[in-house]
Design a protein around this ligand. Structure first.
Ligand SMILES: Nc1ncnc2c1ncn2[C@@H]1O[C@H](COP(=O)(O)OP(=O)(O)O)[C@@H](O)[C@H]1O
Ligand SMILES: [Mg+2]
Length: 254
């Protein structure tokens, strides 16, 4: 394998249709607790970057929101592959009907920049997660979240989703302590999401990441999935184990 082959393979996997929520959501929705979701398939036009997203699409989404829930706001809006979570209030967090248009524009424009294809706009029931502080320019709530890696139908390993190094612009000085507490909660409650992950794993071939988050009322819900090779894993960013000694045992790094 040359470096170019690797790059080509990565590019192919990144754009593999199985990364789409439209592929994995129908397979998990009756197996794992996951936010109720509806979507509108769209054909994105490059011109929208200049002229804006067509009014007809914005209106269809508003009607779709009403079908998700009679009082649907706040709701969580993402594309079938991307949420723009670091810009949270300007992308995936839709507090009211007025946010649909600007946030949708940001999601689509961002996806273009990141070379991600958009097949659909997804509206998801907003679930209050058990967050302890906010971070990034978009004020994303940081909650106990984990990534479980599954391979050929079985759970391979899991890790906490937020290494300290990944947190930018935290909104509280004591965020490191809060993050460590959330990590310990995940460690303590791991059987609760691992048992669900085992069920989910049986539905899928190949290598996958399966993300779970803890809700305010103490449930672990399935948030996202993607092919494993194109999902972030701690070893891709170096010294992760040094910064989280508590979890060394559960990480099982090569
Ligand atoms: N339905 C939801 N309600 C509330 N928060 C959510 C919901 N879905 C996702 N989130 C939060 O937004 C983050 C990003 O969502 P996700 O769908 O995983 O997008 P991405 O693939 O861009 O990371 C999650 O890690 C979680 O903190
Ligand atoms: Mg995700």
């Amino acid at each position: 394998m040359t470096a170019v082959d690797d790059l080509e393979r990565h590019y192919e996997l990144l754009h593999d249709e199985r990364n789409s929520l439209l592929y994995w959501y129908p397979k998990v929705k009756d197996v794992a607790p996951t936010p109720r979701s509806v979507w509108l398939e769209i054909d994105v036009d490059l011109q929208w970057l200049e002229v804006g997203v067509p009014e007809s699409i914005v209106n269809k989404l508003k009607r779709l929101a009403a079908r998700l829930d009679p009082s649907p706001y706040p709701l969580f809006m993402r594309t079938d592959v991307y949420s723009g979570k670091h810009d949270y209030v300007d992308t995936c967090y839709v507090g009211s009907e007025e946010d649909v248009r600007p946030n949708l524009y940001n999601l689509i424009a961002d996806s273009f920049l990141k070379d991600l294809f958009t097949r659909a706009v997804v509206l998801r029931e907003f679930v209050e997660l058990d967050w302890r502080f906010r971070a990034f320019s978009g004020k994303l709530p940081i909650a106990p979240e984990v990534r479980v890696m599954v391979r050929d139908g079985e759970v391979e390993r899991w890790f906490f989703y937020w290494p300290e190094d990944a947190i930018l612009l935290p909104d509280r000085p004591d965020w490191r302590k809060l993050l460590a507490e959330m990590r310990r909660t995940a460690e303590r409650e791991r059987e609760r999401f691992l048992s669900v992950a085992r069920e989910v794993a049986t539905e899928f071939d190949d290598y996958w990441s399966v993300d779970f988050a803890r809700t305010r009322d103490g449930r672990w819900i399935l948030i996202d999935m993607a092919l494993g090779e194109v999902s972030w894993r701690p070893e891709l960013t170096g010294n992760y184990t040094e910064t989280v000694p508590d979890l060394k045992e559960t990480l099982d790094l090569p």
